[in-house]
Design a protein around this ligand. Structure first.
Ligand SMILES: NC(=O)c1ccc[n+]([C@@H]2O[C@H](COP(=O)([O-])OP(=O)(O)OC[C@H]3O[C@@H](n4cnc5c(N)ncnc54)[C@H](OP(=O)(O)O)[C@@H]3O)[C@@H](O)[C@H]2O)c1
Length: 205
């Protein structure tokens, strides 16, 4: 049975990090479907070329800097002031890391936490009353599956790296499928807890 789509007409959706990549693609797709979009970006002037031919009545832009919470509240307030409603939030802006467990710096970890975790939570906090008032509010968080299953490359490298020194990691072994990985890893971890020694798979070289 097909689901009924909500009528996009008059519905207002916020998209963070909408100046490039996935955020821009989402913004373009929603705009093309007829939604009113509010694009939250670090440099709103950079959107001018992108949105030059968009209907101004269905377009709003705002300064959004994930690490500056005052921009979150100001963005949402300006949207509600202009359109009187808010129907959806796509928390897309985010950063990744190419560092390994040995090289990553505390400042980079702090940035990832601030941009990818704290900022979306705070945006949702400010948007929530308006999304509830909409009666059909939607929140979409764009995140990485790597946060759930571990980045394949890093996980493999770090697994091998620390096993060389006789330690093991509490994580799924590499190259297992998403659903089964966790379950297949558990017996391994339990074996470690009970006998307290490394298994043949984690013996020091
Ligand atoms: N592409 C992938 O394969 C992939 C995989 C896993 C997860 N993701 C996630 O999907 C989302 C979009 O990815 P993407 O590939 O489209 O990324 P992207 O092309 O690198 O774009 C990232 C967007 O986030 C914005 N941003 C970064 N730091 C910000 C900050 N401190 N405050 C406000 N905005 C900030 C960027 O703005 P500026 O242009 O100003 O830098 C840009 O608009 C991200 O959350 C990313 O973590 C992507």
């Amino acid at each position: 049975m097909g689901e009924t789509m909500l009528d996009p007409h008059g519905r207002v959706i916020l998209i963070s990090g909408a100046n490039r990549g996935i955020g821009l693609a989402v913004a373009q797709a929603l705009y093309a479907k007829g939604y009113t979009v509010s694009l939250g970006v670090r440099d709103p002037s950079g959107l001018e070329g992108i949105t030059a031919h968009w209907n101004e009545l269905r377009l709003h832009t705002a300064h959004y800097e994930a690490a500056q919470w005052k921009t979150h509240a100001a963005w949402i307030e300006s949207v509600v002031e202009r359109f009187g409603r808010l129907d959806g939030l796509v928390a897309n802006a985010g950063i990744g890391s190419r560092g390994s467990i040995r090289t990553i710096e505390e400042a980079e970890l702090d940035s990832i936490w601030a941009v990818n975790c704290k900022a979306p939570l705070n945006l949702i906090r400010h948007a929530l009353p308006h999304l509830e008032a909409s009666g059909a509010g939607r929140i979409v968080n764009i995140a990485s599956l790597s946060g759930k299953r571990g980045a394949q490359r890093q996980r493999r490298l770090q697994h091998v790296e620390i096993r060389r020194h006789g330690a093991d990691a509490l994580g799924a072994p590499p190259r297992l499928g998403e659903g089964r990985a966790r379950h297949r890893a558990l017996p391994l971890l339990r074996a470690h807890r009970h006998d307290g020694r490394a298994t043949t798979r984690s013996r020091p070289r």
